[in-house]
Design a protein around this ligand. Structure first.
Ligand code: 6CS
Length: 356
């Protein structure tokens, strides 16, 4: 007998497929009449956030540039969070080719690409965003062995990129491991994040992103982690007493295509898509920084206490979280170890090159 989870997965897959079928196929023509350019390709581009969030601004920039540079021959339809099911459904749709492009984050891809959980290890990346930018742009670990793991699952990762530091919001100060004990911390569903918080003494509670606000309000969870723009746009600061600059992690994500779809394109189309993603990626670093600054300025207007962890305080949480690295290697295997070793070296090298 099929388990309830499997039945639910099949049902949501059928719903998403029907929805996408209603949106049309990837080879289409748009408009009619002499003054309208015939579109030869329509890309369905899904992401995990809401209208106006960082991933949405990224997708809109991609749409603007590719439609302009292809003289309207390539068109883009953007799908925001929830419109094609959960974020895990989006990843599945990318894998099956029901959508052509997506922004997909490691917090949701652990079941399909276990090695991608490396991006969810806390305190692994630098506390300097420029260093992290360099690593995400160039890392041999990410564009070598980790990229192969995505490709084995039918997904072509173009660029890894970041959406800012993760901050904690909470209903009590979180400055020492003692205060973290039993704390109901909302997490994304990937098992490595859950284990990391268990090591830090918390009671991690995976929750769908659409439920976070209500769960905070009703005290079903005590707090959550997210970049500033997401905290502000989702109004979490309105139902939390503390905003903590913990720098325990950065929010990373990947812009990716369905591999078969990408392989089916001609060289010119492939090059254009890759070039535009490169351009949007460069642009996105300043964009996410601006969004973070705007959000912080707004949050400072409300009644919430902002705490910046000292490096000693961060170190105490880091120490507790360290076993998750070994657990990642034990759970995922030999290649996970290689990716981790190369990534650690890439981060160290970037730190040295940028003079940290
Ligand atoms: O916490 C989450 O679930 C969400 N956070 C971000 C920054 N993007 C998408 C994700 O669903």
């Amino acid at each position: 007998m099929l388990k309830q989870k499997s039945v639910w997965l099949i049902v949501s897959f059928v719903i998403v497929s029907l929805l996408l079928a209603a949106c049309g196929s990837s080879n289409t023509s748009s408009g009619s009449g002499d003054d309208v350019t015939e579109a030869t390709l329509t890309l369905k581009f899904a992401h995990e956030e809401n209208d106006g969030d960082v991933q949405d601004l990224y997708a809109k920039k991609f749409k603007e540039l590719i439609e302009e540079k292809s003289d309207g021959k390539i068109q883009v339809d953007i799908f925001t969070a929830g419109t094609l099911g959960t974020n895990m459904d989006v990843l599945q749709s990318l894998q099956t080719g029901a959508i052509e492009l997506a922004i997909t984050s490691p917090g949701f891809s652990g079941d399909i690409i276990p090695e991608s959980q490396i991006m969810a290890i806390p305190f692994l990346f630098s506390d300097d965003l420029e260093v992290n930018r360099k690593v995400l742009n160039e890392s041999e670990a990410l564009y070598g062995l980790l990229a192969e793991k995505y490709e084995e699952k039918g997904i072509k990762p173009f660029k890894f990129w970041l959406e800012g530091f993760m901050w904690w919001t909470s209903n009590k100060p979180l400055t020492t491991p003692n205060e973290m004990k039993g704390f109901k911390m909302r997490t994304m569903p990937t098992s490595l994040i859950i284990k990391s918080y268990e090591y830090m003494g918390a009671n991690p509670t995976p929750t769908d992103s659409g439920e976070i606000y209500t769960m905070l309000q009703t005290k079903g969870i005590d707090g959550q982690e997210n970049p500033l723009f997401y905290i502000y746009n989702s109004h979490f600061h309105e139902v939390q007493d503390y905003l903590i600059e913990s720098k325990h992690h950065i929010y990373t994500t990947v812009t990716a295509a369905n591999q078969d779809f990408f392989d089916s394109l001609n060289e010119e189309e492939q090059q254009l898509i890759a070039e535009v993603i490169e351009e949007v990626n460069d642009w996105s670093f300043d964009m996410q920084e601006e969004e973070a600054q705007k959000a912080l300025a707004e949050i400072k207007n409300v009644d919430i206490e902002i705490i910046e962890l000292t490096s000693e305080q961060r170190e105490a949480f880091k120490e507790l979280s360290l076993p998750v690295r070994e657990q990642f290697v034990n759970d995922v295997g030999e290649d996970a170890q290689k990716i981790l070793e190369i990534l650690e070296a890439d981060i160290e090298q970037a730190e040295q090159e940028l003079g940290n």
